[in-house]
Design a protein around this ligand. Sequence first.
Ligand SMILES: *Cc1c(COP(=O)(O)O)cnc(C)c1O
Length: 440
Amino acid sequence: MSNDTMNVSLDAALQEAQENFADGNPKSKAAHAMATQFMPGGNTRTSLFHPPFPLTVVRGEGPHLWDADGHKYTDFLGEFTAGIYGHSHPIIRVAIDKALDGGINFGGHGLIEAEFAATLCDRFPSIDLLRFTNSGTEANMMAISTALAVNKRRKVMVFNGGYHGGVFTFHHGHNAINAPFDFIVARYNDVRATQQLIKDNASALGVVILEPMQGGGGCIPATREFLAMLREMTKEHGITLIFDEVMTSRLSPGGLQGEHGITPDLTTLGKYIGGGMSFGAFGGAASIMSHLDPRQPQSLPHAGTFNNNALTMAAGLTAMTQIYTRDEVSRLNELGEETRKTLNAIATKYDASMTFSGRGSMMNVHMTTGEIRSVEDVARGNMRLRDLFFFDMLKRGIYMARRGMINLSLVHEQRHIDALLSAVEDFAVTRRPLVSTKAG
Ligand SMILES: *Cc1c(COP(=O)(O)O)cnc(C)c1O
C-alpha cells in the first residue's frame, strides 16, 4: 500500500498497523495465546495489555530490549519509570550477587535496611522516619491507613486521573476494585473547586493524597499554586497531606516536593528506588510515623514478610548511593527537558496535533494541541491516533507505553535520543494527512 492509500482514513491506517504488527510477531502471538489458558487475558498486569496482543519480551541489556521474534528496541518505557538504570546495570548486579552470597530470607533484621532508610531520609528532607513495603500500592495503603488511624477521620481526597496502585486507580473517577476507603474525587489543578470541597468536608477529611505530577494519568504536572493551596488548606484543617512520589521523586534531587519547596506530611516512594527489585516505602513527619514504633504501648502494627528483603535493600542502597546520585538526577532531567522541547518543536514544525507533556525525564504524548492540565484535557486527544503512533514507534524500534508514556533512563546516550526524535519526525511526516491540524 502506498502512503496515500494507507492514510486515507485513520481507521484503515490503524487496522493496517495492527495487522502488520500481528504478522510480524508470530512468536509473541503464540506466547500470548498459551498464556490465555492460565491467566485472564494471558495477563497478570493490566497496564501491559493492548490489542491485538502484547509483545513478549525475552531479554534486556542496557537501553535495549528484544522480543520473542528477535526485534530489537530502544527502551523508552523504562518499566514505567522503575527502570531508570537500564537493564542489568553492572553495579546493581554486583550488589545483588553479594546479597545472594549471604543468603536472602533471614526472618530477622539486616544491616543494610537502616543505612538505606538513612539514605532516603537524607535525600527527602520531609521524611524524618520511614518504613519499607513491597510495592508502591502497599506504601499508599499503609500511608493512608496510618494517617487515618492517627487523625481519627475517615474520608480520603484523591484526584481524577490519579494513580496510586491497582486498588487506588482514579483514571475515570472511581474504579470497582478500589480499596474500600471513603474517597472524595476532586479535579486536579482546579484550585477553587478543590478548596471549596476541602472546606465542605473539613471535619471528616483525614487525608488528601496526590501525585505532584500525575504519571499514569498522562504526565500532568500540578501547578505550584495548586500544591501550595493544598498545603495551606490541609494544615489549616488538620488533614494529612500525602505526596505520592512513587514516580516523581526521580524528577529532582529532593523529589518534586523539593523542586516546589512544598513539604507534605507523608511521602510514598516506589519504583526505581529499589534498584529494580520490588519496592515501596512510606515516611514523613515523626509525629505521624512514630505511631508505628513498636516500643510504644498503643503502637500501630505494620508487618510484611518481604519488607526488608535482602535483595531490595542491597540493590536499592547501591542504586541510590552509587548510581542515581544528585548530580545524575540533574543531568537526566535536563536531558529530558531538552528532549521534550525538541519533540514539541517537531510537532509544531509539521503542524501535528501532538503535545508532549511532562517534566524532566518523564513525558507523555497527547494527540491534541494546547495545555494539558488535567485528564479532562487528556480526553481531548485522539486515542486511535495515539494507538497508531504506538504501533508506528514499535515498527521503528522504539518501545514505549501504548498510552503514550516515554521515560528516559540513565543509559540513554544522545544517539538513542536521536533515534526517538527521528522516529517521531518520521511519524509526523508519513502520517501527515492524519496528524496535521491543517489537513482535511
Ligand atoms: C506505579 C505507581 C504506584 C504503584 O506502585 P506498584 O509498585 O506498582 O504497586 C503508586 N503510585 C504511583 C504514582 C505509581 O506510578
